[in-house]
Design a protein around this ligand. Structure first.
Ligand code: HEM
Length: 420
């Protein structure tokens, strides 16, 4: 290939090298949560502290397995995760716990089976080709691939949730979700350490009308589909309408369906953009895996401990905030040689990677239900773009990874576009 190789040390965030006071942490956290992660979290298995409340950051595969799998019930999602997301997605799959989570997971699982996800490939390919068309129009110039990828993944997720729905105004829903993310996204440090719900936060003064009209639109689309039935390849809404808990036969009400579909839409329009110039398709999957290691969209998982426990030999008390800073886990020197280097060969043999050292989709029973959907989509989009085009970074316009609700490239991902 005549194109320069992608930078092997792509952009990273300078992590904190000194302890921060409460106000300092507060200001930093509002700007970029990644900057709250201490640098030693990339060198040690566990870091603990107290900022208002006791907290722990865990970067140890065995402890991660315990939190996410073996002792799942003792580590429910943190109160703050629920508080932030509940106004948009209700008690849906993402935040429900116990029996209410379990039946929804069983009812939704068939919609995300390998067979159904594969059946969605044509929708993904069509969206990928439209993206390639738009980007190809910028040959010889730079394009913001981040904007293109957000538009593409949003087109896919809305087409496979409410395909052909008259009631469903894609632009309006996208606008409402972005407004919601923007208004809630400024999660304060108080939230992260788990301050009580009555402490005022700007993010909780949620703009009601956009949210209400989005829910109303979704409800209408569901009601119409119930009446009309489905034809052709079933989309996610059809599959969820048919979905039932295999143990109890319970099906979702319109409100439950709507909250779950909105969850899929919020979760399904985050993706990752990669600088690459590589021909072979299996290698594309390795690039996607490596990009998700360096820039995990869900860069921070947070739990509230419910029972006393010991992690990495350290005491965990009920009420402690237990965080899995995936960004630091994926760059931990104890787990990854030369961790900041971009090297897709790390994933040449997927079995060589410790399951709980690499968690872009979480792990255990609550692992992302959309993981194979997202991976298939990323591979299709990247392969479609690279079949026609080549990309090189625009010097001086590197994206800044910023963690607000998810990890995003602030400033966009500007790449020069050329013919393949
Ligand atoms: C690159 C894209 C994606 C990433 C990195 C991602 C990441 C994650 C992670 C880390 C979790 C676990 C959160 C935790 O344990 O606290 C999760 C859960 C979840 N994700 Fe994704 N996700 C992606 C795409 C999707 C898509 C496309 C969908 C649906 C269409 C989806 C739906 C969900 C749902 C419903 C859950 C909750 C599952 C449960 O608790 O049973 N995600 N995701």
């Amino acid at each position: 290939m005549d194109m320069p190789a992608p930078s092997s040390q792509p952009v990273q965030v300078p992590l904190a090298t000194r302890p921060m006071g409460v106000m300092d942490s507060f200001r930093t956290g509002r700007r970029n949560l990644l900057e709250l992660i201490p640098e030693i979290a990339t060198r040690q298995p566990m870091v603990s502290g107290r900022t208002v409340k006791r907290w722990h950051m865990v970067m140890d595969p065995a402890a991660n397995r315990r939190i996410l799998k073996d002792r799942l019930e003792d580590y429910p999602k943190s109160d703050v995760t629920k508080m932030i997301l509940r106004p948009a997605i209700g008690e849906s799959l993402f935040i429900a716990e116990g029996a209410h989570w379990h039946w929804q997971r069983r009812a939704a699982a068939p919609a995300f089976s390998v067979r159904n996800v594969q059946a969605l490939a044509p929708v993904m390919t069509a969206a990928a080709e439209r993206a390639a068309e738009r980007v190809a129009a910028r040959r010889g110039r730079a394009a913001n691939l981040f904007d293109e990828m957000v538009a593409t993944t949003f087109a896919v997720i809305s087409d496979v949730t409410f395909s052909g729905g008259k009631a469903f105004d894609r632009t309006a829903v996208h606008g409402a979700i972005d407004a919601y993310i923007a208004s809630t996204a400024r999660i304060s440090l108080l939230d992260i350490v788990g301050a009580p719900a009555w402490v005022p936060r700007p993010g909780r003064l949620l703009s009601g009308p956009a949210m209400r009209s989005m829910k109303a639109m979704a409800d209408q689309a569901i009601t119409e589909r119930r009446a009309a039935g489905h034809a052709g390849v079933p989309d996610l809404l059809d599959l969820l309408l048919d979905g039932e808990d295999p143990e109890t036969g319970r099906r979702m009400t319109t409100a439950e369906l709507r909250d779950n579909l909105l969850t899929f839409i919020v979760a399904g329009h985050e993706t990752t953009a990669t600088v690459a110039d590589l021909p072979a398709l299996p290698y594309i999957r390795q690039i996607v895996d490596e990009a998700l290691r360096l820039y995990p969209p869900a860069a921070f998982l947070s739990r509230t401990a419910r029972a006393p426990d010991t992690l990495c030999g350290r005491e965990v008390r009920p009420g402690d905030t237990v965080m899995l800073p995936i960004y630091a886990l994926h760059r931990n020197h104890l787990l990854w040689p030369d961790p900041h280097r971009f090297d897709p060969d790390r994933f040449a043999d997927p079995k060589a990677v410790d399951r709980f050292a690499y968690l872009p989709f979480g792990g255990g029973p609550r692992i992302c239900i959309g993981a194979s959907f997202a991976l298939q989509e990323a591979v299709i989009v990247l392969a479609t773009l690279l079949a026609r085009l080549r990309f090189t970074p625009v010097p001086g316009r590197e994206p800044q990874p910023v963690l607000i609700l998810t990890l995003r490239p602030e400033g966009g991902v500007w790449l020069n576009v050329a013919e393949a």
